[in-house]
Design a protein. Structure first.
Length: 122
């Protein structure tokens, strides 16, 4: 039986969930969906979303690579770039047209995760 898949939810390892939450919400425009902590003093686990994109931010140790690389397709990469820079983001450079048919830019979040945003060129 073919199951319907609805999407990915990447889990990013973070050292300080409140710091990462502020970055994703204040600079990238995400909203906090919920947070969970098993008990006082335990690692924090937070869900954030923007549009149809959801990320989980986890202070839990172990279980995979420490730094991830994500790419987000958007309708207007230049508008996204301006929005983020106006909020204080320091990207690796402005959007540029790539020979593989995408106009994109990228940056690293406070924990070193590499994030790119791009628009397919016609």
């Amino acid at each position: 039986m073919d199951q319907k898949w609805s999407g990915w939810t990447p889990i990013l390892k973070v050292a300080d969930a409140p710091r990462s939450l502020a970055f994703y919400c204040d600079i990238l425009g995400f909203s906090k969906d919920w947070e969970h902590r098993f008990d006082e003093g335990w690692p924090l686990y937070v869900s954030v979303s923007r549009s149809r994109l959801t990320l989980h931010l986890s202070e839990h140790k172990g279980g995979g690579t420490e730094c991830a690389s994500l790419f987000v397709s958007v309708d207007d990469v230049d508008a996204v770039y301006k929005e983020f820079v106006d909020k204080g983001l320091v990207p690796e450079g402005p959007p540029i047209d790539r020979d593989y048919g995408v106009r994109d830019f990228s940056f690293r979040d406070p924990d070193g995760h590499h994030i790119g945003f791009g628009t397919r060129l016609n």
